[in-house]
Write a protein that binds this ligand. Sequence first.
Ligand code: GLN
Length: 487
Amino acid sequence: MTELHNLGVAELAALLKNKEVSAVDVATRFLARCGGNPHHAFLDIDSEATLAQARASDAKLANGTAGPLEGVPVAHKDVFVTRDFATTAGSKMLSGYRSPFDATVVARLRDAGMVSLGKLNCDEFAMGSSNENSAYGAVTNPWNASYVPGGSSGGSAAAVAARLTPAATGTDTGGSIRQPAAFCGITGIKPTYGRASRYGMVAFASSLDQAGPMARSAEDCALLLNAMCGPDLDRDSTSLNVGAENFSAHLVKSLQGLRVGVPHEFFSDGLAADVRGAIDAALKQLQSQGATLVPISLPRTELSIPVYYIIAPAEASSNLSRFDGVKFGHRAKDFADLTDMYKKTRAEGFGDEVKRRIMTGAYVLSHGYYDAYYLQAQKIRRMIADDFQRAFADCDVIAGPVAPTTAWKLGDKADDPVANYLADIFTLPASLAGLPCMSVPVGLGDGGMPVGLQLIGNYLQEARLLNVAHQFQLTTDHHTQQPGAAA
Ligand code: GLN
C-alpha cells in the first residue's frame, strides 16, 4: 500500500470509512512527518490536541456517526481562530493568543470529521506574497529550500506540497491561496466572496478576505469546499444566503464545448517565458479535451494593483485598530499613559509591512485624500468587476497564469515592497471583483519550480471551475508530481 502520507483526502477518507486504518494511526503518521517542523511550515503543533480529535473521530467511525471526512487530517492557516491551538496571524501582536471559539470554517471542517494537525505559518496578518513577512520567520519552498513558497498562505502550500498534511485551509484577499498554491505545485480555490464565512478569520481587508481549501487535487479541494461553504448569516454580515452545495457531484462533465476566455493582458511582456510555455501547453491540453479558446480583454488589469493597494490597506488600517493592547494580544511593558501605551504596543507588536499598510490606509482615508484615492479606487473596482461581466458574455471560464514568474529566491524581494505588489497583478482582478478563482499545477518552469494555471469563473461557479480542473487532472499528472528536495 502507498504510504499514508502520500494519499490524498479522498483516498484517506475511503480507507478510514472502511476501517482499514484508524484516525489515530493516520494522525500519528502525519504528526511524525511534521516532527522537526520541515520548511518551518507550522507555527503551532500540539500532538495531544490532535490525537484527542482523532480518538473522537475513531469513536464516530465505530458508532456510525462519522462525517464525510472523518479522521482525515487538515491544518489551518494561522489566521483562523482555533480553541485547540494558539492563533497569531503570523504577528508578534498575537503571540500566544488563544481563542475561546473556533472560526466557522474550522468548526465546519471538524463537523465533517477532519482532524486538525495544527496551525500554519503565514505572512503577518496575511499581508505579503512570499511568507517572509511572518514575525516568526519565513517558510521555505519544498521544491527548493532557497526559494519562497509564496504568500500569504505559504505555510499551507508548503505543508501540502511536502506531504505534511493532505489538505490545508488558506485565505485569499488578493491572491494568497492561488499564488502560494502555484509556487508550491498544489491546487487551491478561493470561492465567491461571501460563500465561506469570515467569522473567526483575523480580518485583513474585509471586503476581499475569503477562505478556501488547498490540497493536491481539485477532487480533494471539492471535498473540503463541500464542508466550508454555506450561509453564516448571524455571524458574518457579508455571508451569502446560498445553500451548501455538493461540489464533488459536479466533477463529471466533459470539457466538450467549454469556452475558455484567454485575456491578452495576462500574456504581456512581463510574463516569464517558462511560465508562458507551461500555460500555453495547459491551454492546448484543454483544447484537446474539447474546449475552445476565446480571446478576451480585461482592459483594467494593470489598474488592479493601485486599486487593491489603496482599498486593502484602507480596510486593514481600520481592522487593525482593534490591536491596542487593551483586550487581547501584546501590551508594551513600560508606558507613561494610555496614549503612550497604544503607541508603544503597536510599535512593538506590528512588523514593517503591516505598519506600512496602516500608514497608507490611514492616508488614503484621511480628509482631503479620501476623494482623490479611496473613492477613485472604489469606482475603478466597480469597472474591473464590470469588465469581467462583459468577458463572461463570451466565455464560460477565464484562464491565464496565476503569477508572472515562478517562485523567487528568499530575500530577493524582501526589501522591495513594490516588487512584491507588482507580482500580484494576475490575482488581484478576480479578488476585487469577488469572483471564484483557482490555481491548478501545470508543470515545472526553469529550475524545476512549479507553474500554476489560474481559472476564474463567474459568481457561484465554483463547481464549474473545479470540474474543469478535475477533467484536466484526470488526463495529466502535474498535480501528482512531488518535490524531490529534502525537507
Ligand atoms: N499579496 C497580497 C498582499 O500582500 C495578497 C495577500 C492576501 O491575499 N492575503 O496583500
